[in-house]
Design a protein around this ligand. Structure first.
Ligand code: PLP
Length: 393
């Protein structure tokens, strides 16, 4: 059967070069990096080499990168760690720190913010977005209060691919109040956009390896020197005392290798992926009653997302899967109820339309043939589902 994997925004296949780089750290070089002997030294060297690659990729400085298990952990540490440090500092003043975020962030950010609100450690403003999923710099400015300590905005939305105005928000914060810390969830941006932290003006940046050909279970957090942070996992002194637990050396090596590979091929991949994405968008929009979601121009090269009116996203995914195609939908079936995604809802897409959401996300191995196969199959699947849909009289 033909197999076309267009769900790279969900996860990617581990690159063979990444896997090869990791392998010795399961066998010959299996040491614990905290030990002073030869085995420990080898492990420590590998960790620091990987850290150096990521430091350079982000334009960070020595000791500003720590390894975590994923973006979710990085995001949790960034938000909770920063807010806890304010909580400790303001112990007797009764001031509650304020966070500004957007309503289309990943659940890792939204749920962490909600939790901090629920325990009374923070007040949170959830900014609206426009019909393209764009947050506004003006809205950030208007939301700033004397107690605002953190602004957290994603670089690229994972459902619709819109690129948020991170540089502009960074500049605004620097101008208005440089004491406000700026976190950016760069999970979907790393492979395609400039993520140099000084250009973005961020103090904290989260990433996860499995979105760019490293294994699942490894991530990193950039913490600008001087950013207050209380560790959220107590134990040993690993990762500059900010993330206790014996380091996962093979995965850390894999993350470094994956970053090295994407840095080397960035310009080629960006152009190639953009051109394939545009071919896909053009073809899908030929199907009647379909609409592109997200910003038409400010969008990342690998995400093409649509509303296909009159069909259920989940049904589309199953029929596509029967044809060997992997895609994703913004509506997830939870306990038998199809709930439209918070992102599409925030973009004021009606519940009915949101049910027909479909996301294709391309990767480095996607070919023109893959796209043409999808374009051959899709009109038939849509027609079939529309025929089956109950008519409203
Ligand atoms: N942030 C964004 C924008 C994402 O797309 C994802 C994963 O889908 C995450 C955070 C969480 O990544 P992980 O599950 O690896 O922690």
């Amino acid at each position: 059967m033909v197999k076309v994997y267009l769900d790279n925004a969900a996860t990617t296949q581990v690159d063979t070069e990444v896997f090869r780089a990791m392998r010795p750290y399961y066998s010959l070089k299996f040491g614990n990096a905290s030990e002073p002997h030869l085995w420990g030294q080898q492990a420590r060297k590998a960790i620091e080499e990987s850290r150096q690659i990521i430091t350079q990729f982000l334009g960070a400085k020595l000791k500003e990168i720590i390894f975590t298990s994923c973006a979710t952990e990085s995001i949790n540490l960034a938000h909770r760690g920063l807010i806890e440090s304010f909580k400790v500092a303001n112990l007797h003043s009764g001031k509650v720190p304020h966070i500004i975020t957007s309503s289309i962030e990943h659940k890792a950010v939204l749920e962490t913010c909600k939790h901090l609100e629920q325990i009374g450690w923070a007040k949170v403003t959830y900014l609206p977005v426009d019909e393209y999923g764009l947050a506004s710099v003006k809205d950030v400015e208007k939301a700033i209060r004397p107690e605002t300590v953190l602004v957290s905005i994603m670089y690229v939305n994972n459902e619709v691919g819109t690129i948020e105005p991170i540089v502009e928000i960074g500049q605004l914060l620097k101008k208005i109040n440089p004491k406000i810390y700026f976190h950016c969830d760069a999970t979907q941006a790393i492979q395609y956009l400039d993520c140099q932290v000084d250009k973005l003006g961020v103090d904290l940046l989260s990433l996860t390896g499995h979105k760019f050909y490293a294994p699942k279970g490894i991530g990193a957090l950039y913490i600008r020197k001087g950013t207050p942070m209380v560790r959220q996992q107590d134990g040993g002194g690993q990762e500059y005392g900010l993330r206790a637990g014996t380091e996962n050396v093979p995965y850390i090596v894999g993350l470094g290798k994956a970053i090295e590979l994407i840095a080397n091929r960035k310009s080629v991949i960006v152009n190639r992926t953009k051109s394939l994405r545009d071919r896909l968008i053009k073809g899908i929009l030929k199907i009647p009653e379909t609409k592109l979601t997200g910003h038409p121009a400010k969008r990342v090269p690998h995400i093409a997302s649509f509303i296909i009116e009159g069909v259920e996203g989940e049904a589309m995914l199953l029929l596509l899967s029967d044809k060997g195609i992997a895609a994703s939908s913004g509506s997830a079936c939870t306990s038998g109820i199809l709930a439209p995604s918070h992102v599409l809802t925030a973009m004021r897409i009606s519940q009915k339309s949101a049910h027909g959401s479909l996301r294709f996300s391309l990767g480095k191995d996607t070919t023109t043939q893959d796209i043409d196969y999808v374009l051959e199959v899709m009109p038939k699947i849509v027609a079939q589902l529309r025929r089956m849909a109950p008519k409203i009289i």
